[in-house]
Design a binder for this molecule. Structure first.
Ligand code: RAM
Length: 351
């Protein structure tokens, strides 16, 4: 056989093998579909804030599980950094792919409106979770917990840790993150109570949910505010990064820290006393609930209106309600959990 011919044979062979692999995948998908009793065949996408966030990964795991149990396909996307531009580009691609639903953790409340409206005009069901987009940009928001309680409890915690006295600072995610901004508003509201009269919030810094930036922002806070007594970080990335800085600098006797953290990332700091206790909800369940809500919207079991109800296997019945913020509707997962030295070992391997 000539060299040319044998080359041709090789190409054909590779092609045939590749076809075989495709049809195997197709069979697999077929087998999967209906596995969870769903109709199957739909494509549901989730767009998280950015890649490399362990909380976001857990949330997407839960979303994928819900979608695949229904026999549908889950598309998991996130830009490299938590920007609006990155999310717009991904959403445009998902519109071109004509997915059935898009669930977004918004990097901005309003800026995604044009692209999300475009998606909805084309019949794609749009919802937000974790970080809400405005009511014109979504059919419903899947909320982790009541924002007022989440904000207030973190101030109560840090106050107790520092005996209601001294300077405190907040290390947040991005300055545009709807979820963090709402929690910070409630922190400021809580601080108005007279029992906090000897405490002062000196600064809100932004680590953008990036590890390195969260580390450098914490270092800058410690430098600029040498009398700082407490840090609150309402982001898992920020809380883990700041706890490490406090540990590495050996200043845990001078500064306490609390906030919203993943038990898996915070166990060592809870045990060492750097962060005596923290709060969070289950990110896997949040993603699962978002996935089930996406399915219910695309099956038209719900429309996203207050009063709509749907059943989620393992989690119970959920009702769509008016949002606490007065903007649009939401589905609420539940109350945040408190993690401390007593219970952290049970949770650190779960999420
Ligand atoms: C971070 C993200 C997320 C937030 C959690 C608590 O991982 O900013 O949006 O909900 O922390």
């Amino acid at each position: 056989m000539s060299k040319k011919l044998s080359f041709l044979f090789t190409i054909v062979a590779i092609f045939v093998l590749a076809l075989g692999a495709c049809s195997n995948d197709a069979t697999k998908n077929k087998e999967n579909s209906g596995g969870g009793g769903g109709e199957g065949g739909k494509r549901h996408a989730i767009v998280y804030k950015n890649t490399g966030n362990p909380f976001g990964e857990k949330l997407m795991d839960g979303f994928k599980d819900a979608i695949e149990s229904n026999g549908d396909e889950a598309i998991l996307r996130a830009p490299d950094s938590p920007t609006v531009e990155g999310q717009v580009q991904i959403i445009e691609e998902l519109i071109t792919q004509q997915v059935d639903s898009i669930t977004v953790a918004g990097n901005d409340e309003d800026a995604l409106e044009p692209v999300l409206k475009k998606a909805m005009e084309q019949g794609i069901k749009v919802l937000s979770t974790d970080s809400a987009v405005n009511e014109n940009s979504r059919l419903v928001h899947v909320n982790q917990a009541d924002p007022e309680g989440v904000g207030r409890v973190q101030i109560e915690a840090i106050a107790e840790m520092i005996d209601y006295e001294g300077e405190i600072a907040v290390l947040s995610a991005t300055s545009q993150a709807t979820n963090q901004n709402l929690w910070i508003e409630w922190m400021e509201e809580e601080l108005k109570d007279d029992k906090y009269k000897d405490m002062e919030l000196v600064k809100v810094a932004y680590g953008d949910d990036l590890r390195d930036k969260s580390v450098s922002e914490t270092e800058a806070l410690l430098k600029s505010y040498p009398d700082l007594k407490g840090l609150v970080s309402p982001t898992t990335v920020g809380l883990a990064a700041a706890s490490k800085v406090i540990t590495d600098k050996g200043v845990q006797d001078d500064i306490k820290i609390t906030g919203l953290g993943l038990p898996s990332e915070m166990a060592e700091y809870i045990s060492s006393g750097v962060a005596p206790w923290i709060y969070l909800w289950n990110p896997i369940e949040l993603g699962y609930l978002a996935g089930e809500t996406a399915i219910a919207l695309s099956d038209e079991t719900i429309e996203g209106n207050a009063g709509d109800t749907f059943e989620v296997e393992g989690l119970g019945e959920f009702e769509v309600v008016e949002s606490e913020t007065g903007e649009g509707t939401e589905v609420l997962l539940g109350e945040p959990f408190k993690f401390d030295a007593e219970n952290i070992d049970e949770w650190k391997d779960v999420y």
